[in-house]
Design a binder for this molecule. Structure first.
Ligand SMILES: CCCCCCCCCCCCCC(=O)CSCCNC(=O)CCNC(=O)[C@H](O)C(C)(C)COP(=O)(O)OP(=O)(O)OC[C@H]1O[C@@H](n2cnc3c(N)ncnc32)[C@H](O)[C@@H]1OP(=O)(O)O
Ligand SMILES: CN(C)Cc1n[nH]c2ccc(-c3ccc(F)cc3OCCn3ccnc3)cc12
Length: 392
């Protein structure tokens, strides 16, 4: 919009607000690749007291440093009541998929104290946009310590991760954010399904509905003790080929979606305790895998509450229904999450999620998640239901 100046983002190969609606611009890469010999070989300059550090997430020390930077300085909700609390195991999972580059795990630390004060990451991903499969970097975990905010450090972090991605001959990226930047390819809503309404009300996440008592509220969100779908079970290693076939077939319907192979499915969807859970429905007569559902574990710190310090949240990940109605499949996912002690089950209105959000008693969240592509133009804004991509 004219009023807001984006001095950095107006310099980047991304859809610009001024170009919105211009039908003459071709879809696809905005800038051509640079010859590798012309990619800046040296890191960008940092302000005096700081230095770059490549974060080896294999070492416990570095993992702990990254964990504590994010736990104290990463994304908060609009009312600053909750802050994401990605676990160390989750970060190691999120940052080491097949083909990952350690050089894309970038930190900034104070030269003297060695304290980690900023972080940004990329992981490689094959992303299909319409009929084109594009090698991209998924950018995530951009974080500047609260004490170093508004010093234009973020643009330097972004230019440095861009440089390191270019060095691997990759020229596109995808990322999501709660803030509006030039220019979202889609604007999604997030929704929350209470599993432990009493705790959610105690921490201020939810409010008691008008004309609702606590006991009436608890009853409203009550769930069966076990999944109801026959053949519903946890995913196992032996299921990777079938789940890959099922998921690849399902994701074809979306305009933007990951192009997962069996190695990707094994990494991203095989259950990992307190990181990612996945279930499937196996037909008892044919043994065919007909349906799949998954959610990842991302707790939030409850900022400044006497009784609770952590909100245990499950986030809907990839779900496929070909035989079991999606409503029933997702209700079984809610039942599993409740059984495992989650307080809330979150979901975006992407893919076919609108089918179950209202029906399964999700309530709308108070913000939006913007989806972006870097150096790749799309001439239309996508509906959330056109998106088959979930970033962590
Ligand atoms: C080919 C490969 C390409 C790879 C790269 C692709 C692009 C990847 C892009 C990254 C994707 C990350 C995805 C991701 O990690 C998921 S979104 C989560 C981002 N992290 C947080 O919200 C954590 C808490 N906040 C902070 O740590 C800081 O506020 C951050 C670091 C966010 C900004 O630090 P700051 O101290 O508050 O601000 P300055 O340094 O003074 O800089 C101000 C400039 O930064 C622009 N800004 C603000 N928030 C942004 C955001 N979330 N994305 C992109 N840009 C963002 C802002 O518009 C302004 O530019 P403008 O003047 O043009 O408007
Ligand atoms: C996606 N990934 C890039 C992390 C990320 N960055 N910025 C965000 C803004 C919203 C959501 C989000 C996505 C789905 C959802 F159901 C709830 C969400 O945020 C609730 C508000 N909140 C923020 C922190 N604690 C609670 C994620 C993110």
């Amino acid at each position: 919009t004219l009023s807001k100046r984006h001095k950095f983002w107006e310099s980047q190969p991304v859809g610009q607000f001024k170009d919105a609606g211009n039908p003459n611009l071709l879809e696809g890469p905005i800038e051509p690749p640079t010859p590798l010999s012309e990619v800046k070989q040296q890191p960008y300059n940092l302000p005096g007291p700081y230095e770059w550090i490549t974060c080896d997430m294999d070492t416990k020390e570095m993992c702990s440093e990254v964990y504590s930077l994010l736990t104290n300085n990463y994304v908060e909700d609009d009312e600053n009541m909750f802050r994401f609390n990605y676990s160390k195991d989750f970060l190691q999972w999120a940052l080491r998929p097949p083909g990952y580059y350690r050089s894309w795990h970038i930190g900034v630390r104070v030269k003297l104290s060695k304290k980690l004060v900023a972080f940004v990451t990329g992981v490689p991903a094959k992303i299909r946009v319409k009929d084109t499969i594009v090698d991209m970097a998924e950018i995530n975990f951009l974080c500047v310590h609260k004490k170093l905010r508004s010093k234009r450090l973020a643009p330097v972090m972004i230019k440095e991760v861009t440089r390191r991605v270019h060095l691997e001959n990759i020229w596109q990226a995808t990322y999501t954010a709660g803030v509006v930047l030039p220019t979202p390819i889609s604007t999604c809503q997030y929704w929350h399904r209470s599993l432990n309404p009493k705790k959610l009300i105690d921490v201020g996440f939810s409010r008691l509905g008008s004309r609702m008592t606590m006991s009436r509220t608890i009853k409203l969100y009550k769930l069966p003790d076990s999944p109801i779908t026959p053949g519903f079970r946890k995913m196992e290693l032996r299921d990777v080929p079938a789940v890959t076939r099922l998921l690849r077939g399902y994701l074809k319907q979306f305009i933007v979606a990951p192009d997962f192979d069996e190695k990707d499915v094994e990494h991203w969807l095989l259950p990992k305790e307190d990181v990612v859970d996945s279930y499937l429905v196996e037909s008892s007569e044919t043994h065919a895998v007909t349906d799949f559902c998954s959610f990842y574990t991302l707790p939030s710190t409850v900022i400044g509450n006497q009784n609770y310090s952590i909100l245990k949240a499950a986030y809907s990940y990839y779900n496929v229904s070909t035989k079991t109605p999606l409503l029933q499949l997702m209700n079984d996912a809610l039942i599993e999450a409740k059984k495992k002690g989650y307080d809330v089950f979150n979901a975006l209105n992407v893919m076919e999620n609108e089918v179950f959000l209202k029906e399964l008693k999700f309530g709308p969240g108070d913000g939006q998640l913007q989806y972006y592509l870097y150096n790749y133009r799309l001439n239309q804004t996508l509906r959330p239901s056109d998106l088959g991509l979930v970033l962590l």
